[in-house]
Each structure stands twice: as structure tokens, then as C-alpha cells.
Design a protein around this ligand. Structure first.
Ligand code: 5GP
Ligand code: ZN
Length: 136
């Protein structure tokens, strides 16, 4: 299938293979990979949105932080046709099962004010390790 692409988009370059990524699952319409910032940043500055009261992560983003994106380039959720969207959640579900994570957040940011940095729709799967997971 041919997809809408943007030659200047970092995630379109990842889909093409022009920028390397740690690929997890790829299908005709969806690409998923590990987030490059797995531990590099703390979340309150990124995801402590006033639009989601009480939704504040603590500490570094977890190991296993994954992203799933439509191959169809759209900057925001409303730019992507419906038929490209459903499989993204199914992909994140597979990744969560494969990683064996019990606690995790699915997050999708639209617009700078809402903490979107990369203008190609992407869904985060952010594992939330329990205290016992963190030991050892
Ligand atoms: P946003 O804040 O836009 O929802 O999240 C963008 C995410 O993309 C960030 O978590 C960031 O770490 C990740 N990211 C940005 N550039 C790259 C890249 O080149 N490779 C990978 N794997 N992730 C990236
Ligand atoms: Zn793109």
C-alpha cells in the first residue's frame, strides 16, 4: 500500500529505514519501535499536562517504552484516516503482552501545548514497573 509521507519527518525516515530504530512489530500500516529516550528524561516536564488532571508520571520513563505509529503520515490524530488507527492499539497490546508488563500507560499527545514534540502521530506504551520490578 502507498501511504502519505513527509520527506522531512523523522518518523517517516524511521519507517523507510533511513534513520535506524529498534523495531518491535511492523505490518502493512503500522510500525512500532522503542522510544530513543527510554530513560533519558523525566516525565513531569513532558506529560504532566494540565489537560489530564491527576495524570502525572513519577521518575524516569520506564525501560521498554515503546512507540507505535501509522505509516500514513499525519501530524495529529485527526489528520489520520480511521482505517489506519485501530491496528495501532492492537500493536501496543501485543507489545505489552510480549514484554509481560502488568502496569502501563498508553499516551498520545497532539500539539505543542499538549507536549507533542514529533509531528507524526504516535502512541506511547510506557511500562510502569512495580517496586518489586525495580529491585535487583
Ligand atoms: P511526544 O512528546 O511527541 O509525544 O514524543 C515523541 C517521542 O519520540 C519522545 O518520547 C522521544 O524520545 C521520541 N523520539 C524522538 N526522536 C526519536 C528517534 O529518532 N528515534 C526514536 N526511537 N524515538 C524518538
Ligand atoms: Zn511522518
Amino acid at each position: 500500500a502507498s501511504h502519505n509521507t513527509d520527506a522531512n519527518c523523522i518518523f517517516c525516515k524511521i519507517i523507510k529505514g533511513d534513520i535506524p530504530s529498534f523495531k518491535l512489530i511492523e505490518t502493512e500500516n503500522v510500525y512500532s519501535f522503542l522510544d530513543i529516550g527510554e530513560k533519558a528524561h523525566t516525565v513531569p516536564t513532558r506529560c504532566g499536562s494540565s489537560l489530564t488532571p491527576g495524570f502525572l508520571f513519577e521518575g524516569p520513563i520506564a525501560k521498554g517504552h515503546a512507540l507505535a505509529i501509522p505509516k500514513y503520515h499525519g501530524a495529529k490524530l485527526h489528520d489520520v484516516p480511521d482505517e489506519h488507527l485501530g491496528e495501532i492499539l492492537a500493536t501496543l497490546k501485543k507489545i505489552a503482552i510480549a514484554q509481560g508488563v502488568e502496569n502501563y500507560n498508553i499516551l498520545q499527545n497532539n500539539g505543542k501545548i499538549a507536549h507533542q514534540v514529533v509531528d507524526h502521530v504516535h502512541f506511547h506504551m510506557i511500562p510502569k514497573p512495580s517496586d518489586s520490578d525495580k529491585e535487583g
